[in-house]
Design a binder for this molecule. Structure first.
Ligand SMILES: [Zn+2]
Length: 164
C-alpha cells in the first residue's frame, strides 16, 4: 500500500446550533486539512496521485466554497442575515462541527476522483477530527492519526475557556 498526504490551509467561520458553550457564537479558525490518499498500485509516473493535481483541485474547491466563508447549518438564522448583506454562507445539512467538515472535504475529494482514505481537519493546533469510512490506524509517518504532535483529540466541554 502506498500513501501520500497533502495539507491545505484555509480560513473559515462557523458556529454550532443547539450547543451550550462558546462555539454557539459565530467565530473563525485558521484551519488545516490533511488529505490522505492511498493505492495498492502506482500510476505510470510512479505516483498514487500528483501532489500538484491534488492541490490544484482541492485548493480550488476550498477557495471557492469554504475559504473566508461562514459555514452554517441550513436552518441557522445567520444564513438569511448573511444573504441579506449580499454575501454567501456555505450551508450544510448538519452542524458544522470539525467532524462534519472533515467528512465534507472527504466527500469532495472522493467526488473529484482521488483515492482518498481519510481527511483530518484541524480547527486549532491542538484540536482536530478525522473522517474515514473505514478505520485508519496510522498516518504516513506511522503515528496514530489521533496522537500526532499537536496532541489531544477534539473536545468541546461547555466549561472550555476558548471557543473550539
Ligand atoms: Zn469553531
Amino acid at each position: 500500500m502506498y500513501e501520500i498526504v497533502k495539507h491545505i490551509d484555509f480560513c473559515f467561520g462557523h458556529r454550532l446550533i443547539d450547543y451550550l458553550g462558546k462555539c454557539n457564537q459565530p467565530h473563525g479558525h485558521n484551519g488545516r486539512v490533511e488529505i490522505r490518499l492511498a493505492s495498492d498500485t502506482l500510476d505510470e509516473m510512479g505516483m498514487v496521485a500528483d501532489f500538484r493535481d491534488v492541490r490544484r483541485s482541492m485548493q480550488a474547491w476550498i477557495d471557492e466554497h469554504l475559504d473566508h466563508r461562514m459555514i452554517l447549518r441550513r436552518d441557522d438564522p445567520l444564513v438569511e442575515a448573511i444573504e441579506a448583506l449580499g454575501q454567501h454562507a456555505y450551508v450544510i445539512d448538519d452542524n458544522p462541527t470539525t467532524e462534519n467538515l472533515a467528512r465534507l472535504v472527504y466527500e469532495q475529494t472522493e467526488a473529484l476522483g482521488f483515492p482518498v482514505i481519510a481527511v483530518t481537519l484541524w480547527e486549532t493546533p491542538d484540536s482536530h477530527a478525522t473522517y474515514a469510512p473505514t478505520p485508519v490506524t496510522a498516518t504516513a509517518n506511522g503515528q496514530p492519526a489521533t496522537q500526532r504532535a499537536f496532541g489531544s483529540p477534539t473536545h468541546r466541554a461547555a466549561s472550555d475557556s476558548l471557543p473550539l
